[in-house]
Design a binder for this molecule. Structure first.
Ligand code: AHR
Length: 643
């Protein structure tokens, strides 16, 4: 289990990093902060997570399942990610069987015909995992499979986690009792002393001739908070460090699907996984649907995030839409049922289903989003579709805030979701975007945004663009109630990624945060509750048509009596600030959290995960008047304590 927290990483960096201030600096600028004059509130839910099944974010990512293609889907090349095993003199054949399976939802399986096998010459199958399987020392793995056989002769199934290079079984057990009817079997595999590695696979073998059918072969490592069907620990810890206040799910395009039949059909993604049929995600691969509605809600609970529930709204990306009116009604009802599943008591139909699924307490829900990026619907049906959902949701749940996915002409939605995927220069130029927006319009949810520079994960130049943009979001968070970077996760193996520039990268064993991730951690950790009046003067003038390179936002946490001064210097030249805090009584020592690199292309990778990470130090000389120099190419948070 990876147990390195943000704090320990910072400490490691402190011991080793030297932040160089380039020779020559801009002449000093003046930043005046009237800490006792709040001009606007900061939304307590400003920073959160946006997520969907893209880049193997869940399968092969956050969802800790280790077996790939656990339900034995096949294509022209055969059953993917499964290999036939004929050890020694054993003889066998394998193939997909569409005629039998353990449930109505899972009506197919793998058929293994063993012509010859014995205890020393076993036959079976192996699974390669999601680019390998992470095996760690002294760890218990919990597994299960569904199976039936043509007779008792097939004998017990031997299950082993095997190292690809040494061939050593790092954990092994036998599972007896496979009979003529489909049945689920559970097992555990325990490892001993070994070097953690991703180069392992899972074997299931038998020592007698006969026919064996297998379905839903599953193996989980220890999960975050030990949840069954749960989440990878290292990734959850990384997400927790961002202090996310909400989770927007399940998409993104993943909500819509390419076709209506491929939408996020939540009723098919609850209850035992054997009753979930799986479906094709718009990002080109099959989703196990192990991450269903309740798992998303569990995730919210684990990280104390508010769910922002996006409901399917009758548009799928291949320009398929459902016309507003009677045709749309079943989809509206589905959304109402979904809200009831999330929030209803045991006395409601869908609340009772949630109780049966294992979560007696209702979840608190504040926001429901109707669709995703409906500006792409060329039929122009969204105004009508949104209005129909809005009316039905508000009638039953007047307290809910209903988010629209595009600007509307005919009505004012509660909240409007804006998306931005741009280069750093664009964010530098546009960071005042929301300074100019009418406060009488809808509240704003920046439901997806990112500086797209760097692949598979953003580099330091992107982090500068992100940080500049976030200063604008903070200054305007009376209007911008929520914002989420996207996409959040990517498996960095070949074929793992469908979208460049994702916040956190990983393989089966390891994970790392990009420089943009650390910018998020810094902004999310020091949010504040109000924005005091500030004035910045004398920053190097921006030439006509040029791009501003210095950005700031100041927030105050009224409860903790702390001031957070965020400074972003995207130029290569240091900027000195004479900071005045008229009337403020401050502890003379504050804290400086700084993220710095020598150029915009500096980045973190799976092999070098801590090249660009924040460094913490004591900020001496804090007072009503203080001087502070921000090195070129730096993102900083100054934490000042009121006495
Ligand atoms: O974040 C990747 C995709 O970008 C989302 O699925 C979609 O909403 C947007 O176009």
């Amino acid at each position: 289990m990876l147990k390195k927290t943000f704090a320990t990483r910072v400490a490691v960096v402190l011991a080793t990093a030297v932040v160089l201030i380039p020779a020559g600096a801009h002449s000093a600028a003046r930043l005046t902060i009237h800490a006792d004059q709040p001009v606007s509130t900061v939304s307590p839910t400003l920073y959160g997570l946006m997520t969907e099944e893209i880049n193997y974010s869940y399968d092969g990512g956050l969802y800790a399942e280790m077996v790939r293609n656990r339900t034995f889907g096949a294509d022209w090349s055969g059953v993917q990610h499964w290999i036939l095993l004929e050890n020694g003199a054993a003889q066998a054949k394998m193939g997909g069987d569409r005629g039998t399976g353990p449930s109505k939802a899972m009506s197919h399986s793998l058929r293994l015909d063993v012509a010859k096998a014995d205890a020393e010459n076993q036959a079976g199958v192996l699974n390669v995992g999601y680019w390998g399987m992470a095996v760690r020392p002294e760890t218990t793995y919990k597994g299960s499979f569904w199976a039936k056989a043509d007779g008792a002769e097939i004998g017990p199934v031997t299950v082993a986690l095997v190292n690809n290079q040494s061939g050593k079984a790092e954990g092994k057990t036998t599972v007896p009792g496979v009979g003529k009817e489909w049945k689920q079997f559970e097992f555990t595999l325990k490892t001993g002393q070994l070097e953690a590695s991703a180069q392992n696979h899972l074997e299931l073998t038998v020592g007698h001739a006969g026919t064996l059918w297998l379905s839903l072969v599953s193996l989980f490592p220890p999960t975050y908070h030990d949840r069954p069907n749960g989440f990878r620990v290292d990734l959850m810890e990384k997400l927790a460090e961002m202090h996310p206040q909400f989770l927007r799910f399940p998409g993104g395009n993943y909500l819509e699907g390419d076709h209506i039949a491929e939408r996020f059909d939540w009723k098919k993604m609850i209850g035992p996984v054997v009753d979930r049929p799986t479906h094709r995600s718009p990002w080109g691969y099959l989703s196990t649907d192990g991450m269903g509605l309740l798992e998303f809600l569990d995730w919210c609970e684990d990280l104390k995030m508010s769910p922002v529930l996006a409901v399917y709204a009758g548009y799928s990306m291949a320009q398929e839409h459902v016309a507003p009116g009677p045709e749309l009604e079943p989809y509206v009802q589905d959304a109402l049922d979904e809200i009831e599943y999330v929030t209803g008591g045991p006395d409601t139909k869908w609340g009772a289903v949630r109780v049966t699924d294992g979560h007696p307490a209702p979840f608190k829900l504040m926001y429901v989003e109707v669709g995703n990026e409906d500006n792409f619907d060329r039929s122009g049906s969204y105004e009508g579709r949104y209005a129909q959902f809005y009316k039905a949701i508000k009638t039953k749940y007047p307290e809910l805030q209903v988010i629209a996915t595009m600007p509307l002409k005919n009505m004012k939605p509660d909240v409007q979701d804006d998306h931005y995927y741009v280069r750093a220069q664009t964010f530098f130029q546009d960071q005042t975007h929301y300074d100019k927006i009418d406060r009488n319009g809808p509240k704003i949810f920046v439901g997806e945004w990112a500086t797209r520079e760097g692949a598979p994960t953003p580099n330091f130049g992107a982090a500068l663009g992100d940080a500049a943009w976030m200063t604008g979001l903070e200054r305007n968070s009376d209007l911008v109630v929520m914002a989420a970077y996207a996409p959040l996760l990517t498996n960095i193996n070949p074929g793992g990624l469908q979208w460049d520039t994702d916040l956190i990268g990983y393989d089966a064993l390891r994970s790392y945060g990009s420089p943009s991730y650390y910018a998020q951690v810094m902004f999310g950790s020091y949010l504040g509750s109000e924005t005091p009046a500030t004035k910045l003067e004398g920053v190097a003038a921006v030439p006509e048509g040029g791009t501003p390179k210095f950005f700031h936002s100041v927030t105050r946490d009224a409860a903790k009596k702390k001031l957070y001064v965020k400074l972003v210097n995207a130029s290569t030249t240091a900027q000195t600030l004479d900071i005045a805090l008229p009337g403020a009584k401050l502890a003379t020592d504050g804290k400086l959290v700084a993220l710095h690199a020598h150029n915009t292309q500096a980045t973190n990778t799976i092999e070098h995960p801590t090249q660009v990470v924040p460094a913490e130090s004591v900020l001496h000389g804090v007072g009503e008047k203080m001087s502070h120099t921000v090195p070129g190419l730096s993102i900083e948070v100054l934490v000042l304590e009121e006495k």
